[in-house]
Design a protein around this ligand. Structure first.
Ligand code: 5GP
Length: 186
């Protein structure tokens, strides 16, 4: 195994297969950024990056957003090292800045059961923002357990367990430039 493969987290034995190639991701991120900028019409937004899985998506999209913005980071954890959601959401890093009267836009990597995004929006709503919207890169509509619909969505996918483009499995694969999938443990 070469050092560069190890640095991509490929030393776990499971090679992710490409689900969404880099070129398609970048094109969709650019489209989403245009859609968002068009909707907000120069209003300043507070862009919230949900850590850790959204950090690559977030840094790509905010650089394409032609809007005045500030950035905040919200750490949540729901999976631990497992491949199925525990359904339990823990805040690991909170936002300390007041969100009152701000136009808050939350960036999330994946909506699976929807429990995490629903937890986050309920939490942030208590901080009385002027508006609150959500943008997810990926969504698994067949897995939804609660009524959530991101205001902006990159791609609908099936039930595969995905990694790459910031998204990990047990801390690995975040550095892949594409969204890949790996098979479930049986
Ligand atoms: P939910 O609460 O909607 O079930 O799960 C949302 C969170 O679970 C996502 O932010 C993400 O961290 C994690 N997640 C959901 N599906 C996957 C997946 O296919 N792969 C990985 N690595 N994480 C996932």
């Amino acid at each position: 195994m070469s050092a560069s493969n190890e640095s991509k987290g490929e030393s776990t034995g499971k090679q992710p297969k490409i689900l969404i190639p880099e070129i398609k991701l970048q094109a969709r991120v650019a489209e989403l950024a245009l859609e968002i900028a068009n909707d907000y019409q120069d209003r300043e937004i507070t862009a919230v990056c949900v850590l850790k899985g959204s950090f690559v998506f977030f840094t790509d999209i905010i650089r394409r957003l032609n809007l005045p913005l500030t950035t905040e980071f919200l750490g949540v954890s729901s999976y631990g090292n497992k491949m199925v959601s525990s359904g339990e959401v823990k805040v690991t890093l909170d936002i300390n800045e007041p969100l009152e009267n701000k136009h808050v836009l939350v960036f999330e990597d994946i909506v699976d059961t929807g429990l995490t995004l629903s937890y986050i929006t309920n939490l942030l709503r208590t901080r009385k923002p002027a508006s609150l919207r959500t943008c997810a890169l990926l969504m698994k509509p067949e897995s939804l357990k609660t009524q959530v619909e991101p205001d902006y969505l990159g791609f609908k996918i099936g039930n595969e367990f995905v990694v790459g483009y910031g998204i990990d499995h047990a801390g690995k694969h975040r550095g892949l430039p594409y969204v890949g999938y790996i098979e479930h443990d049986h």
